[in-house]
Write a protein that binds this ligand. Sequence first.
Ligand code: MV4
Length: 493
Amino acid sequence: MTEEGFINKVLVANRGEIAIRVMRGCREFGISTVAVYSDADRNALFKRYADEAYNIGKPPATMSYLNIDRIVGVAVKAGAEAIHPGYGFLAENAEFARKIEKAGIVFMGPPPQAIEAMGSKIDSKKTMKAAGVPVIPGVEKGITDPEEAKDIAAQIGYPVMLKASAGGGGIGMTVVHDEAHLAKALDSTQRIAKATFGDGTVFLEKYLDEPRHIEFQILSDTHGHDIHVRERECSIQRRHQKVVEETPSPVITEELRERMGKAAVMAAKAVDYRSAGTVEFMYSKGDFYFLEMNTRLQVEHPITEMITNVDLVKEQLRVASGMELGYTQDEIKGNGWAIEARINAEDTMTFLPAPGKITRYAEPGGPGVRIDSGVYMGYEIPPFYDSLIAKLIAWGRDRKEAIARLDRALFEYEIRGVKTNILLHRVILREPAFIEGRLTTHFIQDYDIQKKVAEAMKEEKANSLGRARAAAIAAVGVYVNAAAQARAQNMKG
Ligand code: MV4
């Protein structure tokens, strides 16, 4: 890499597990790494992992990880030829990408115009529709007149959904079931959009019932090659944050993968994409629709790496140095099944972050287990950033083996001192609907998962056998149950 390309040093404009993940790819290519860290991350693992580290300010992200000029300044001073943004923070900030390129540094993401093209929901829908990518039925324009809204809703049929064009994170979306409620909902959604995003533009589309979230990994280089690296299903989420992700999707057939993959590649080509990205679709009753494109490497990228053996960060490094992708579409093959559990420091009852000091810490291991983490025993999780402790990923030859391995790894995982969602994951894996692959975006509500976690906690406390023994018994139960279910249903996709 250092011989062929021109990148010898990369600055990682992020923290935690993703900063380490990116630096791992760099290290394998012999590229040196620069970390930037806030005052709250003086003792963080990613800071120690890097070859060089620079303090960029106070703990609040606005005073450190979101300070564009300071980060670009450090990159120039350190002589980094490229900046990797990770996810979150500045990863989808077109201004950041522009300032980096103006400083003569490579932004390890898409061109700024591609970030902007995907920033507005109305504009991205228009672009996708023109490119031949299926979109949710509706209108791709802002609506202000309640009478016009009623005409459009009558045409597409109720229920409909009002969405803020500048929206994100599930804010500014309202389901409307009949005409009587439309005018009021339009008014309130516009207000929320204006107050939250500074842009009150709202549009209207068909509301999809029981949707599944299926996304495609994309890789694009600067030589006109765009490929997809198969799908991930991320239907299980709470408060618009993913909790469990898997690949392949239990519902997808080879024929559907081919069609959705082609649509994802068309989406990438339509915005002159570069680097790694994700095209999100909603899947409902056999049909799929473009939802949005995330113009970054995503949290759940490891499951794709587990079944394809493609190192997505190393592909990003190749692309950034002007090389062609290391794979053609035909060379992308899926092997087995991978599932990721996001391990958060949080209170499962409220889903609120629970930062604090990790007093005991032991990571799982063994066959088919990957863990991407950024913590250690004695580490204090700062309260300023998101609550992700680690991503635990299990690979199996088939779905049932992946489930059994993930459950076994969750059993091995020991974290003390902070509340975690480990038990939540074990409850999800035990739920018959999960074992059968019946996933929807309402999974946690529909199956009373939080209530079941509360019960499991009580049982755990009451159980004189102790935690380890109870968990071991449950793990065997999951395996037996999963095996029986898998026999009943062919889920090898
Ligand atoms: C929808 C929908 C149903 N119908 N659009 C949520 C995030 C935002 N980007 C789009 N979202 C949705 N849009 C129509 N027309 C349901 C959701 C949705 C959802 C989508 C993906 C993953 C999880 C979700 C959880 C709740 C709602």
